[in-house]
Write a protein that binds this ligand. Structure first.
Ligand code: UD1
Length: 423
């Protein structure tokens, strides 16, 4: 077990790589199950969720090679198991993305249901409903979803909510179904466009990814692919918010402005200067941020995965702002921890927080509760006076690659230290 120790009152300055997107790489790895030919992925981030996924793929029979940093070769030819066990799915909900590919390729999938999650109830009903529309029989037994179909058939799926995971799962399954599928109210996130691009390289026939209607003509078989994962818009956004929070100047190489529009608008309103070029995005600020309210929404709205980081910024804004969380019901676990650092945040019913900015936060020991909440505490620690210790950083390691090295490269004083024990 490790903790991060952050010396406060830093100013982030310099250049940092966004790195490959975890949330794009995970579905791409599961997509490898749709073929029996090797697939090569590059720009894969070195984070714990990728390791969990590789273990899951290996447990299904896939062979994995890591020829170079960020590069993976997945050989799925020997995959012979249809089971995603509880022990791996409970660690990472995205493991549920085994359902569509296994069902489409083998006509059978036995996948543990993910269970509870720190940021609220996260059911999988929309995934299951989608598979049923493609003709799958689903039985829920002993904590598992057992799905079977002799051959999936194309269907008309109207999602009750634009779920990212359900859109990915059903899009993968429909690629190998017999006939055509139409997905309505599909999620439009860039990670879905990236997945569709890779599936098309594998021979899938997909139109409309990135819009709310996706059409897929099923094909008999899919081949291997060679694909570079898109840059991580959430990691990029985290560093850009870090620049604003520390009145710094950061260029995030690889960041794509078209994936970050709602954040860049909010940063501009907060008083940051934003410069965009073909290689990345730069944010700089020389003053205390202005208060800017946000409402999280599906893409292209403000991402829920940047809500906690935005709240850290608003904790030092020059006035009062409101943060509305509309995607997850309980995604305010960071509020109590920020309060330990002196933040003034009032929680209202209905996923709504009122933040009154303070001149300065003060360093404190705080506890990470989930992935994005942990990084918001790291950001707050950079801007605070004194030393902050963030405990339980295994959450952080699930999605942020070499975070302390990247922050140190930007001039912060951050160390990873072992802990004797944790409560
Ligand atoms: C993905 C991202 C996660 C991000 C989230 C929302 C990955 C690996 N994770 O998660 O980082 O925070 O999108 O942008 O890409 N829902 C249901 N039933 C379902 C599925 C979802 O009710 O079957 C609800 C969820 O509880 C939530 C909302 O739909 O309230 C959106 O969830 P979803 O888009 O599915 O998130 P994930 O794909 O799990």
């Amino acid at each position: 077990m490790y903790k991060l120790v952050i010396e406060g009152a830093s100013r982030l300055e310099g250049e940092v790589e966004a790195g490959g997107a975890k949330n794009a790489a995970l579905p791409l790895l599961f997509a490898c199950l749709l073929t029996d030919e090797p697939c090569r992925l590059t720009n894969v981030p070195d984070v714990a969720d990728i390791e969990t996924t590789l273990r899951l793929l290996e447990s299904l029979g896939a062979r994995i090679e890591k020829p170079a940093r960020g590069e993976l070769i997945i050989d799925p030819s020997a995959v012979g198991s249809f089971e995603a066990p509880y022990d791996l799915v409970r660690r990472m909900r995205a493991s549920f993305l085994t359902l569509g590919p296994l069902l489409a390729r083998f006509g059978r999938a036995h996948v543990s249901r993910p269970g509870g999650c720190a940021i609220g109830s996260r059911p999988v009903d929309i995934h299951l409903e989608g598979m049923k529309r493609l003709g799958a029989r689903i039985q829920l037994e002993g904590g598992y979803a057992d799905a079977s179909a002799r051959k999936l058939e194309g269907g008309h799926v109207i999602f009750s909510m634009p779920s990212v995971g359900a859109t990915e799962n059903v899009m993968m399954a429909a690629s190998l179904a017999k006939g055509s599928t139409r997905l309505e109210n599909a999620a439009r996130e860039p990670e879905i466009v990236d997945l569709a691009g890779a599936l098309i390289k594998m021979g899938a026939k997909i139109r409309g990814a990135g819009s709310s209607v996706i059409e897929i003509d099923g094909v008999e078989r899919l081949r291997g692919m060679d694909h570079a994962v898109i840059a991580d818009r959430i990691v990029a956004g985290t560093f850009l918010i870090g620049a604003a929070l520390t009145r710094g100047d950061v260029f995030v190489r690889g960041a794509r402005a078209e994936h970050l529009e709602s954040l860049l608008d909010a940063l501009t309103l907060a008083g940051c200067r934003i410069d965009v070029d073909a290689d990345g995005v730069r944010a700089r600020s020389g003053a205390r941020p202005c208060p800017v309210g946000i409402v999280t929404a599906p893409f292209p709205g403000f991402p829920t995965d940047l809500q906690a980081q935005w709240m850290s910024l608003m904790c030092v804004a020059d006035g009062r702002s409101e943060v509305h969380e509309r995607i997850f019901e309980n995604r305010f676990m960071h509020v109590e921890e920020l309060a330990r650092m002196g933040a003034d945040i009032r929680l209202q019913p209905g996923g709504h927080a009122v933040v009154t900015g303070k001149d300065l936060l003060s360093g404190a020991p705080v506890m990470a509760t989930d992935l994005r909440a942990s990084v918001c505490l790291v950001l707050a620690g950079l801007a605070a006076e004194g030393v902050t210790e963030v405990l339980r950083i295994y959450h952080l390691d699930r999605g942020y690659e070499h975070i302390e090295e990247k922050l140190t490269g930007l001039g912060a004083v951050v160390r990873r230290e072992p802990m004797e024990s944790e409560v």
